[in-house]
Design a protein around this ligand. Structure first.
Ligand code: AMP
Length: 395
């Protein structure tokens, strides 16, 4: 059996997503996740050839979850096909401008970035160490969400706060969703017959977490997320941009602690906070269609913020070859796409209503009329990008 596939691991603090992908054929032979890790009800779930399976893991942490995954891959006859392991890592700070093979120095550098991603990076490190233990002999690579945005200019990534905070503590904008942007930007250029190195593409990655990116000549020149993934667009439960004085205001007027406001901005805001209903865009769209005014207002705030950011990107790029929608909302919500495109008519976008309505559930394609500036949908595939990078690094 040839070693033609990559095991892709996305390790969080209480869950671990995995898939086995052949980067050459793009075939995914298995995918799944270990969830509720750290509790006594940890469980491994997977899907192979359309069939679902699950196995209780007991009181499993990262080590036991990866051991369980190894057993599963052996049982399914996939273990000998795995050539290398690719890990998603949320934060690579300024140290990583691209994906890297795991070495002791790389592990130390990911540890150095823990203050920038205190929930994510420690979990990634546990996943990497468990993979090294249970898959000895297989090379490991790391693919960073932040790396793609390291091409941003200082004038874009700096905040106008005392410069020492950047120099001594790394306070700057880093962005996220970089792996998705790299995949979607290249896929959009390929579909449109554009040379990515001579193109201006803006991408809106709209999922539970949402951000947008300006890709000029294949490089990220601006993005909406900042030091953390709270900045920028309205998200499922995150506020996006606010006046930072809100912390002081809520403390003085309502006695909110730093932690309380942080929790409110991350978990109780965004679509959920504004609508008072749900963080799921579908629930709010349904309510808006039934005439609920606050639900409609919530969608309008979401689209207003996004359209303003995209207009800024268009100005910064100097031209627009395409606006690309991706992520759960971007790939499925014709309502959000229509709302945003109509706000951007100054840039020459003319929506093709039927194409827009017919593009969902993993379908990619152009959703504007002939002669319009192109808006399109591209289904993202971060796992495939991680598999490709890992293969390139370990070949
Ligand atoms: P993601 O984080 O990329 O998996 O996206 C998840 C989000 O996509 C969900 O919270 C939903 O709000 C949104 N979503 C999925 N399907 C639809 C749909 N048909 N219409 C609107 N939003 C959707």
């Amino acid at each position: 059996m040839s070693k033609d596939s990559i095991l892709v691991i996305n390790c969080g603090s209480s869950s671990l997503k995995f898939s086995v992908i052949n980067p050459a054929t793009e075939e995914e032979s298995i995918n799944g996740l270990a969830e509720r890790m750290g509790s006594s009800e940890a469980v491994l779930r997977w899907k192979i050839n359309g069939e679902k399976g699950s196995q209780a893991l007991g009181q499993a942490a990262h080590d036991q979850a990866i051991e369980g995954l190894m057993g599963l891959l052996r049982e399914e006859g996939l273990i000998d096909r795995i050539a290398a392991i690719g890990h998603r890592v949320v934060h690579g700070g300024e140290k990583f401008t691209q994906s890297a093979l795991v070495t002791d120095e790389v592990i130390a550098a990911i540890e150095d970035c823990i203050p920038l991603a205190p929930l994510h990076n420690p979990a990634h490190l546990l996943g990497i160490k468990a993979a090294q233990k249970f898959f000895p002999g297989l090379p490991n690579a790391v693919v960073f969400d932040t790396a793609f945005h390291q091409t941003m200019a200082a004038e874009t990534y700096l905040y106008a706060i005392p410069y020492e905070l950047y120099e001594k503590h790394g306070v700057r904008r880093y962005g996220a969703h970089g792996t998705s942007y790299r995949y979607v930007g290249q896929a959009a250029a390929d579909m449109l017959g554009l040379d990515i190195n001579n193109s201006s593409i803006m991408v809106a990655h709209l999922g539970n977490g949402a951000s947008a990116c300006a890709i000029k000549n294949g490089k990220s020149i601006d993005t909406t997320m900042g030091l953390t993934p709270l900045e920028g667009l309205v998200m499922g439960t995150r506020s996006g941009d606010i006046d930072p004085n809100l912390f002081n205001f809520l403390n003085k007027s309502l006695g909110y602690s730093l932690e309380r406001t942080t929790e409110m901005l991350n978990k109780e805001s965004g679509l959920l906070g504004l609508s008072g209903m749900d963080s799921d865009c579908r629930v709010i769209e349904d309510a808006a269609q039934e005439g609920n005014k606050r639900a409609q207002l919530t969608l309008d705030v979401f689209c207003h913020v996004l359209a303003e950011k995209l207009a800024g990107f268009a100005a910064a790029m100097g031209s627009v070859d395409a606006l690309v929608f991706t992520g759960g909302i971007g790939e499925n919500s014709s309502i959000i796409r229509k709302n945003v495109i109509e706000r951007l008519s100054i840039f020459g976008f003319k929506l093709h209503e039927q194409k827009n309505d017919e593009t969902f559930r993993g379908k990619s394609g152009v959703i504007t009329e002939e002669g319009s500036t192109v808006a399109m949908v591209v289904a993202t595939n971060e796992e495939l990008m991680i598999a490709r990078d890992t293969q390139a690094l370990t070949a």
